[in-house]
Write a protein that binds this ligand. Sequence first.
Ligand SMILES: Cc1cc2nc3c(=O)[nH]c(=O)nc-3n(C[C@H](O)[C@H](O)[C@H](O)COP(=O)(O)OP(=O)(O)OC[C@H]3O[C@@H](n4cnc5c(N)ncnc54)[C@H](O)[C@@H]3O)c2cc1C
Length: 451
Amino acid sequence: MEKTKLTGRIVTRDDPGYNDARTNINLSLQRYPRLIVFCQNKHDAVNALKWARENNVPFRIRGGRHSYENFSLLNNGLVIDLSEMNRIKVDHNKQLATIEAGAELGEVYRTLWRYGLTLPAGNIANVGLTGLTLGGGIGYLTRSAGLTCDHLVKLEMITAEGKEEAELITVSRSEHPDLFWASQGGGGGNFGIVTSMTFKAVPISRVSIFSITWGWKDFEEVFNTWQRWAPFTDERLTSSIEFWPEEVNRIEALGQFVGTKTELKELLKPLLKAGKPTSGIVKTVPFIEAAAFFNSPGGNRPQNLKRSGSFIEKPLSNHAISTIKHFLQQAPNQNASVWQQSLGGAAGHIAPDETAFFYRDAIIAQEYLTNWTSPEEKSQNVRWIEGLRTALSKETMGDYVNWPDLAIRNWQKTYYGENFERLREVKTKYDPDNVFRFEQSIPPLRRSIFF
Ligand SMILES: Cc1cc2nc3c(=O)[nH]c(=O)nc-3n(C[C@H](O)[C@H](O)[C@H](O)COP(=O)(O)OP(=O)(O)OC[C@H]3O[C@@H](n4cnc5c(N)ncnc54)[C@H](O)[C@@H]3O)c2cc1C
C-alpha cells in the first residue's frame, strides 16, 4: 500500500518561521515539535492523521493556541494545526453558522454580526472557537444564552476508529449521539480532529454594558455583595469581578445585559451600594462594540503564565474571602489576580448529565491567574496559584476543563465530575487504541493512563 504524504503548509525546524509557528500562549512551557502542518482543508487533516499513524509519530491538534498547559504542542512530534481553516458560512434564515475548526472568536463575532447574529462564547478575540466549544465555552452571554457548546448542532470530526487510519464522520444528536454528547464539554483533543462545527446562532443587536471599580478597602463588602447578587440577578445579565493585589488597589466588575441601560441601572443598584465605587460606566452599544470592550489585548500575547480555577456552588464564607485577600496581599507580582464570572441562568437550565459539561449547578466560575517576565520567577508564581487553589478547595468544586492545570492530580473527577465514566466509554468506542492522547487526555477503558 502506498504511504500517505503530508499535505498542507508544512513548517520544519529549518524554516525561518519555525519559532512563530510553534509558539503557544504559555511561554513558560516551551515545546519543539519536529513538524507543524497548517491544514488548508479537511483532506490535509485526514492525511496528517494517517501519516502520523502510519509512521508512528506522536501528534497534537491545535487551533487558537490558548491551552494553558500547551496541550496542543509537543516535543519532536507533529502538530496538526487547523488555524488556516477558518471559513464561516451563515444560513441567515435558519440562523445556522457552519464554522471551520480554525476560526478565532473575533472573526466569528465579526462575521455573524453582519447577519445580526452571534454565539455566546468567550472574551478574548484570538482564542480558538473549537477548543473553547469542546470544553464548554463561557463568556458575557452565558446567563442569557447558555454555554457555547449548548448551541452546537453538528460537527465534522476525523476519528481513528474505522477501518482506515483516519475517517471523517458527521456527529450530531442523531448521528453518533454519544460522541456528540462528549463534544459538548468533554474537552479538546480527546476523540478526534474536528474540522468544522455548525451552531444555532443567537439574534443580537444592541446590549448594555457596565464597568464599576473600587479600591482595596472595600474588598470584603464588594466580594460579598457581588457573589450574592451576580449569579441570582436577571438572567439577561452576566458579569465578572476581578481582584488584584493590595498594592494595585483595584477591584473591577464588568458585565453585559441584553436589555436597556435604564433596566441595567436598576439591576446594578445593590452592587453600587457596596463600598465606595471609584468609577462607573453604564452604556448601550452595538453588540460588536461590547465584544471589543471585553477583549483585553494583553491576554492575546504569549506570556509566562500559570492559571487554574474552580467552580463555586454557593457563596464563599468570610473565611474563604479572607483567604483570597491574604493571598492577594502575598501575591508574587502585580499581574496576579482572582477573577470570577457569574453562571446560572440559561447555562444552569440544563442537567449535569445532559451534556459532558458537568458543573451546571455552579453559580460562579473562579479563576486564579498570574504571569511573569523572567524564568526564575516561575516557581514562586506556580506555588502561589497552587497554594491558593488548595486553600480554597474545601469550599470550591471541580475545575473547568478549559482551564487545565497539571498540578491537579485527580483531574478526571475534577474536570468531569460524574460524567467521567461515560466519557471513558465514548473514548473506548471511538478511540480504543488511545491515538488521541496528551498529558490529561481521557483514557480508554482497557488501558491504563499513559504518561
Ligand atoms: C487569554 C485566554 C482567554 C480565555 N478566555 C476564555 C473565555 O472567555 N471563555 C472560555 O470559556 N474559555 C476561555 N479561555 C480558555 C479557552 O477556552 C481554552 O484555552 C481553549 O482550549 C482554547 O482553545 P484554542 O483552540 O485557542 O487552543 P489550542 O491550544 O489550540 O487547543 C486547546 C485544546 O483543544 C484541542 N483542539 C484544538 N483544536 C481542535 C480541533 N480542531 N479538534 C479537536 N481538538 C482540538 C487541542 O488539542 C487542545 O487540547 C481562555 C484562555 C486564554 C489563554
